[in-house]
Design a protein around this ligand. Sequence first.
Ligand SMILES: [Fe+2]
Length: 216
Amino acid sequence: MQDAFSDAVLLQSRIAGFFPTPAFLCRLHNFEALNRELRDIILAREQTERGVVNSNIGGWHSGRDLAIWGGDAVDAVLGAAKEVANKATRDRKGRPARPAWRVECWANVNRKGHANKRHTHPGCYWSGAYYVDTGDGIGDGLGGEFQFHDPRGGALLDNAAASIVASGDASPLVRPEPGQFVIFPSWMLHSVRPYQAGGTRISIAFNLALPQELAP
Ligand SMILES: [Fe+2]
């Protein structure tokens, strides 16, 4: 038990962390060759496909059929993402689950000034991004950070004159590196801060949705 405030007046005080929200930050082994291949596949596709506008402010957002044209390299990324999702999912009796995930994925190419507005991925279970190329870098004035937004309606800590201990960061930033996954519950609000550097920032985004029923 964490002994938070115990003193001469209080006995065995603890802070209970209600409503925790997990996000998984993982990095692939030996991602370099895979990322070179993914980069070539995605940038070649960018030359021939107009792309769509979704959460992206500028940049190129492919159709959601990357799993079809991405070949074995994209399969490797999706396989790893599913492994994380499997580790992070339990059935209603608390047992490990390996759902037959319904997958959709797409590629994002962002350059200077491009960003993604705040959004969720309705109807899915886990969502995430895999980083193929982080351009000239992320953060430290270069922008491009992945940002989560506090879903607890009234918890606008950054606007208050005081803050509640152990409440967490209201707008945590992630600075992804090449080969890294960021995987989170699909209902979590997130955005990408404007990229300010000159390089090309490439990521693969994906949704994993549950089938109608879990296998026994
Ligand atoms: Fe997203």
